[in-house]
Design a protein around this ligand. Structure first.
Ligand SMILES: *Cc1c(COP(=O)(O)O)cnc(C)c1O
Length: 431
């Protein structure tokens, strides 16, 4: 009775416990032993993980064998503020201890505050709206459904706009709709038929876009910088041309800023200075500072009303804890002047990388960086990097990607630049 009145949990036999006590170590806990257990219990879609990570702080992480790493990948552009950020941790904990989940029959203040904050940060025009998801692929699924409603009749049927345009090299996620937008044959082919109507056109080619677009096109999906394709920015002027062509044909222009958004390029959005207003933007990776959350932002009244009541939904999307995590992340980025750090450290890294023997090209903006090597040794560089205490990624056979926490310091970046020549040599010797 008392517990009902105060809202507290009834007396329980559960004591406060560090999470480690819930993890059965079976008397062993080396990385190799964990990986044996992994291979017998986890689905093999990711291959064998490179290390078993147990702890992080800022830009550093430690593995099960106690080895320390400088994290230059940040969970693939996710850990915007590094690991175990005290402010984000405290906000998440306080929300979880207050109200952890409500269904979408209800809302909560953090959900509303985050939607308002995102619309303000992206300078969204009047009538713009937000739909929260749990991941990038779900944000793009929502955008795909939005596109299907462009030109559709109120009777529930879809209209004459049967086509969606995406670019060669595009990566938009792994669920069926987002996979249909993704270009890579190895990801697509095993799962065909995919949702229909998606046409992939050559990357960065304005003439190809203008030739492909007509009144049968519902939407054009673009990444401002193709991350999975090796950090390839769209050429200058492309977004403007895409905006003109889509407006003329009545197609939606949908920007996938899942990887490039939330300060990754030193701006809230990579497309902030492109001089265009898109119809929709998708966000995810850095938004929750490591906590899973994504969002579809629809710009303007017309686009925002394409999906009507009952036409889309999600159980977890917009959850109080996830939206609190994002509010905390955005606040920390703003109040700690993180965007300025991204510009300074990003430039420092790019300049330093360009001067390293064996690096043939450096691309990217802010702290989303890709660089090419003079030999197909990128996977070996990842391994040599780990052995030297650095986490990097190889999206291609001779391409390395860096997407470190946005709080990476110049000194930390400098340790990588100093170590890189030896890492490249080790990788080449291993070939
Ligand atoms: C990572 C990524 C996605 C997919 O996000 P998930 O959270 O992995 O589903 C979609 N688009 C881009 C540009 C991405 O980088």
């Amino acid at each position: 009775m008392n517990a009902v009145k105060t809202g507290s949990h009834a007396a329980s036999t559960l004591e406060k416990t560090p999470v480690g006590d819930l993890v059965e170590t079976k008397g062993h806990s080396s990385g190799a032993e964990w990986l044996t257990r992994y291979s017998t219990s986890l689905m093999g879609v990711f291959g064998t993980p490179q290390r078993v990570l147990v702890r992080g702080a800022g830009c550093l992480v430690w593995d099960a064998d106690g080895k320390e790493y400088l994290d230059l990948l940040g969970g693939i552009a996710v850990n915007a503020l590094g690991h175990a950020h005290p402010f984000v941790t405290s906000v998440i904990s306080s929300q979880l201890a207050t109200l952890g989940h409500v269904s979408n029959f209800f809302t909560s203040p953090t959900q509303i505050a985050l939607a308002e904050k995102l619309l303000a940060l992206t300078h969204a025009p009047a009538g713009s709206k937000v739909f929260f998801t749990n991941s990038g692929t779900e944000a793009n699924e929502a955008a795909f459904k939005l596109a299907r409603r462009n030109g559709a009749g109120p009777d529930g049927t879809t209209g004459k706009r049967t086509k969606i345009i995406a670019l060669e090299g595009a990566f938009h996620g792994r669920t069926m709709g987002a996979l249909a937008l993704t270009a890579k044959e190895a990801y697509r082919a095993p799962f065909e038929p995919l949702p229909g109507g998606v046409v992939h056109i050559p990357f960065g080619d304005v003439a190809a876009l203008e030739a492909a677009i007509d009144e049968t096109v519902a939407a054009v999906f673009l990444e401002p910088i193709q991350g999975e394709a090796g950090v390839r920015p769209l050429p200058p002027g492309y977004l403007k041309a895409a905006r003109e062509a889509t407006t003329k044909a009545g197609a939606l222009l949908i920007l996938d800023e899942v990887q490039t958004g939330i300060g990754r390029t030193g701006k809230w959005l990579a497309t902030e200075d492109a001089g265009i207003v898109p119809d929709a933007i998708t966000l995810a990776k850095g938004l929750g500072g490591g906590f899973p959350i994504g969002a579809l932002l629809t710009f303007g009244e017309r686009t925002s009303s394409l999906l009507s009541a009952g036409q889309h939904g999600t159980t977890f999307g917009g959850n109080p804890v996830a939206t609190a995590a994002a509010l905390a992340t955005l606040h920390a980025i703003e109040s700690q002047r993180v965007l300025e750090n991204v510009a300074v450290v990003g430039d420092y890294l790019r300049t330093g990388l360009a001067a390293v023997d064996g690096v043939t090209e450096v691309r990217g903006v802010g702290l989303l960086i890709g660089f090419d090597l003079d030999a197909d040794v990128a996977p070996a560089v990842v391994i040599a990097g780990l052995d030297a205490g650095f986490i990097v990624n190889s999206p291609g056979p001779r391409t390395i990607r860096l997407a470190p926490p946005l709080v990476l310091t110049k000194d930390q970046a400098g340790t990588f630049l100093a170590a890189l020549p030896a890492i490249l040599q080790t990788a080449k010797d291993a070939q």
